[in-house]
Ligand binder design. Structure first.
Ligand SMILES: C[S@@+](CC[C@H](N)C(=O)[O-])C[C@H]1O[C@@H](n2cnc3c(N)ncnc32)[C@H](O)[C@@H]1O
Length: 400
C-alpha cells in the first residue's frame, strides 16, 4: 500500500478560504478564577477559557501556541440533523466538511511534534472525516480508530440497527515522534494473579509450557512431585530445553496443580511482569463510561441546566492519560460543557477550551470554578484524589 498516493475528497466550496486576521484576546477578569488558598502543587494556573468562534480563536492562538499543544481533543457537532437546546447540529454536508477542514488545518499547526489529535464522531460523518484528516495530517500519521461503547442497551425504537458506539479518530502530528503512553494495569488485570501455594515471591498466574510446534530437542518427559510423567501432546513440544525446565522446577517456578498431578504450568509472578499495557482500540462502557453516566455527571453539576451532549469524564481521562503527561497542554475547540478542561485540570495538565455558545458562561465557567475550589466531587474526582486548586483566565476575541 502506498500511503503517499493522494486520493482527494472533493466537495463544493472546498477551495474557498476565509480570509483570517488574527485578533488579540481580551481578558474578562470578572469571569477569570484563581484559587491560591488551596495549596496543590499539581494544580495548573495558566489555563484559558475562550468565548467565541473557534476558527478565529485558533488562528489567534497560533502566535503563542504554535507547536506547543500536546493533545487536541475535539467533539464537534456530529451533523446528525438534530437541534439541541445549546446548538444546532444540522449543516449541509459540504459546509460541515469545510468547517472542519479550516479548523483542522490550524489544529495541525498548534500540535507539537510529539502531539496527537483525538476526534469523537459517529456514523453520520466519520468516514468522510477520516479522508479529510488524512489529507491534512498525512495518511501515514493515522494511529487508529477507537470504538467507544457509548450505550450499553439496545434502543427499542431504533428503525434499523441500534447504534451502541462512537468512533474516536486518532492521529499523530508526526508518527515517528508521537508520545502514546501505555496504561497501568488495573485491579481487573491484577486480580488474575493468585498465590495458591503461598509463594514468598507473591501472586502469580499459570502460563502455558507448550508450544504448537514440534522441536525434537524440546520433547522429553517431565516428572511431577508425585513422580507422574508428562509429555508434550501431539503436534507440540515444550517451550523450554531440558536444562531450563530442570532449573525452573528447582526454583519452584513450575506448578503441577494442587495435588501435584496436573500438566506442568509456568508461574508468572505479578512482581516480575510489566505493570503497563498498550491501550486497545475497544473501549467498553465499564472502562470508559457511557452517555448516561455523562448525563448524570452533568445533572450533578448543573441540575436542571443539564447539557444535552456531554461526554463522561472517564472517557476524557483515558484519552488525556494516553496522550499527555502532567503539565502538557490539552486543547478542545468544541468545548461544550467543559468536560475536557475539567478532566485535564484534575489530572494536572494545562488546558485551553474554546466555546461559541452561551454555555461557555453558564456551564464551563461554573464547572471549572467548582473543580478549582474543590467543590466538584463527581466524575473522576475521587478516583484521582483531586483536592482543588489552580485557576484559569476567561478571554474574548477583541473586535477587528
Ligand atoms: C458535542 S458538543 C461538545 C460536548 C463536550 N465534549 C462535552 O463533554 O460537554 C459540541 C460543541 O461545539 C460547539 N461549537 C460548534 N461550533 C462551534 C464553533 N464554530 N466554535 C466554537 N464552538 C463551537 C457547540 O456550541 C457545542 O457546545
Amino acid at each position: 500500500m502506498n500511503l503517499n498516493q493522494r486520493l482527494e475528497l472533493t466537495w463544493i466550496g472546498k477551495s474557498k478560504r476565509n480570509k483570517l486576521e488574527p485578533r488579540i484576546f481580551l481578558e474578562d477578569s470578572t469571569l477569570s478564577h484563581m484559587n491560591f488558598s488551596l495549596k496543590n502543587e499539581n494544580a495548573t494556573t495558566d489555563n484559558l477559557i475562550i468565548k467565541g468562534d473557534n476558527l478565529l480563536s485558533l488562528k489567534s492562538l497560533i502566535s503563542d501556541y504554535s507547536g506547543k499543544v500536546k493533545c487536541v481533543y475535539i467533539d464537534p457537532p456530529y451533523n446528525t440533523g438534530s437541534a439541541f437546546d445549546e446548538y444546532e447540529d444540522g449543516l449541509e454536508h459540504s459546509m460541515w466538511l469545510s468547517l472542519l477542514r479550516e479548523r483542522l488545518v490550524l489544529i495541525h499547526e498548534l500540535l507539537s511534534e510529539d502531539g496527537s489529535l483525538w476526534v469523537s464522531i459517529d456514523d453520520n460523518e466519520c468516514h468522510y472525516l477520516k479522508v479529510l484528516i488524512d489529507e491534512i495530517f498525512g495518511r501515514k500519521n493515522f494511529l487508529s480508530t477507537v470504538c467507544w461503547q457509548k450505550k450499553y442497551a439496545a434502543k427499542a425504537d431504533s428503525k434499523y440497527l441500534s447504534e451502541s458506539h462512537d468512533f474516536i479518530l486518532c492521529y499523530a502530528k508526526n508518527i515517528d515522534k508521537v508520545m502514546i503512553n501505555r496504561l497501568t494495569k488495573g485491579d481487573k488485570q491484577n486480580s488474575r494473579y493468585k498465590n495458591t501455594d503461598n509463594d514468598p515471591r507473591g501472586p502469580w498466574k499459570a502460563g502455558d509450557t507448550l508450544r504448537n510446534e514440534v522441536r525434537d530437542y524440546a520433547i522429553f518427559p517431565v516428572y511431577g512431585p508425585n513422580g507422574e510423567e508428562h509429555w508434550p501432546s501431539d503436534g507440540t513440544s515444550w517451550r523450554y530445553t531440558k536444562d531450563k525446565f530442570d532449573e525452573l522446577i528447582k526454583d519452584n517456578r513450575v506448578w503441577f496443580g494442587k495435588n501435584g498431578n496436573a500438566r506442568p504450568a509456568i508461574k508468572r509472578f505479578l512482581s516480575e511482569v510489566d505493570t503497563t499495557m498498550p491501550v486497545t482500540t475497544w473501549w467498553s462502557h465499564e472502562d470508559a463510561g457511557h452517555n448516561d453516566e455523562a448525563k448524570k455527571e452533568s445533572k450533578a453539576l448543573f441540575g436542571k441546566g443539564i447539557f444535552s451532549t456531554p461526554k463522561p469524564e472517564r472517557l476524557l481521562e483515558k484519552i488525556i492519560k494516553i496522550a499527555t503527561k502532567p503539565g502538557d497542554i490539552v486543547l478542545d475547540s468544541f468545548a461544550g460543557s467543559g468536560t475536557s478542561g475539567a478532566v485535564a485540570h484534575k489530572l494536572g495538565r494545562r488546558w485551553i477550551m474554546i466555546e461559541l455558545g452561551e454555555h461557555c458562561e453558564t456551564h464551563i465557567v461554573p464547572r471549572l470554578k467548582k473543580v478549582i475550589d474543590g467543590e466538584d466531587q463527581g466524575g473522576i474526582t475521587k478516583a484521582v484524589n483531586w483536592q482543588g486548586g489552580g485557576g484559569f483566565r476567561y478571554l474574548r476575541l477583541a473586535p477587528s
